[in-house]
Design a protein around this ligand. Structure first.
Ligand SMILES: NC(=O)c1ccc[n+]([C@@H]2O[C@H](COP(=O)([O-])OP(=O)(O)OC[C@H]3O[C@@H](n4cnc5c(N)ncnc54)[C@H](OP(=O)(O)O)[C@@H]3O)[C@@H](O)[C@H]2O)c1
Length: 304
């Protein structure tokens, strides 16, 4: 039985959907089984034959974290330590999700897994501490660093942009941060493959994927501005962007100061995960198109 922690979050929902589609037994929990308390986790796992843990729970409010460091650290560092400790105790592997925000954005070419960690804000710092905590508690872990995530069940850039495009005639979007938009479906499919490689109830015949850190996003790279333009084009085609007169213009990050600094360059190298799994990850434009055209697209989230 796979245990998905943070199962009702944006990524967790997609992980559960993917496991269900593939008829893999799982159980999901959220803050009702708090990762902040080791005993609570231990009691929950007792007698359940947990064979794999996927941790999608986190403190994800990047700006709020700057003034709420204690809670961010509890969820992003202490929680993962509890989960990893439990995984070791019950003898099951752990997939833990991390972020491009563990890097400072100074790279100029796709960032590999061994690139030095140097977070520039509280969220990134506490996520980096979470990675370290996981590795200190167990050897049987996968840390999947992802970036610029959007999914059906969550507040994200795609829904925000479409709502804004329909509500306004002018939008400014930053053009000096580079990264790769990532559909949660892409990451959930990679999680599925890793689970299938280890979990005997899922697919015993597959080769085991080696433990370690992997970067997983969609393929390609862009800026938030070009991402917004693609959302506009695809949204018009799909009939969900209804205000064709909305002008989308570029601006500099300095025009939109936020409490947390964002890394200027966040493109992660996907070579390792693609080689290890023998797969080709989808281009971000393809993933966006399927998101916008999917029956799971939640139109309520873009209502005016
Ligand atoms: N969103 C992005 O753009 C992005 C980018 C890079 C990496 N990531 C990483 O991807 C992962 C998934 O992010 P997401 O955006 O899907 O997260 P999310 O939608 O904010 O979901 C967070 C989940 O954590 C759960 N949670 C909160 N406190 C908890 C507690 N004490 N015990 C157990 N569960 C608790 C929440 O449950 P309740 O609803 O019950 O509180 C919720 O299910 C995170 O590790 C994040 O750091 C995200």
């Amino acid at each position: 039985m796979i245990w998905v922690i943070g199962s009702k979050g944006m990524l967790g929902t997609e992980v559960c959907r993917t496991l269900k589609e593939n008829k893999i037994d799982f159980i999901g929990t959220d803050s009702n089984v708090s990762i902040l308390d080791f005993k609570v986790l231990e009691e929950f796992a007792a007698g359940k034959k947990i064979s794999f843990i996927v941790n999608c729970a986190a403190y994800t409010a990047v700006d709020k974290a700057e003034s709420d460091e204690e809670n961010a650290r509890a969820l992003n560092a202490e929680g993962p330590r509890n989960i990893a400790r439990l995984a070791k105790k019950i003898g099951c592997p752990l997939i833990h999700i991390s972020t491009d925000y563990v890097f400072n954005g100074s790279a100029t070419s796709p960032i590999t897994e061994d690139f030095p960690i140097k977070p520039i804000g509280v969220y990134g710092q506490t996520k980096a501490e979470g990675e370290k905590a996981v590795a200190e508690e167990t050897n049987d872990y996968y840390i999947l660093r992802t970036a610029w995530l959007y999914g059906y069940n969550g507040k994200n850039f795609v829904y925000t942009m479409i709502h804004a495009m329909n509500a306004r005639d002018n939008l400014k979007v930053v053009n000096d941060q580079r990264g790769t938009p990532t559909n949660c479906t892409t990451l959930a499919n990679v999680i599925l493959k890793i689970v299938q490689s280890r979990d005997s109830s899922a697919a015993p015949q597959n080769d085991k994927i080696p433990y370690g850190i992997y970067h997983v996003t969609d393929e390609g790279e862009t800026t938030w501005f070009d991402f917004a333009k693609e959302i506009f084009t695809r949204g018009l085609e799909a009939g969900i962007v209804t205000n064709k007169n909305c002008a989308v213009n570029p601006c500099a990050t300095s025009e939109y100061p936020t409490p947390a600094k964002r890394p200027a360059y966040s493109v992660l190298s996907k070579k390792k995960i693609q080689k290890t799994l023998g797969i080709k990850l989808p281009e971000w434009q393809e993933s966006l198109k399927s998101f916008i055209n999917s029956s799971c697209f939640d139109k309520k989230r873009i209502e005016l």
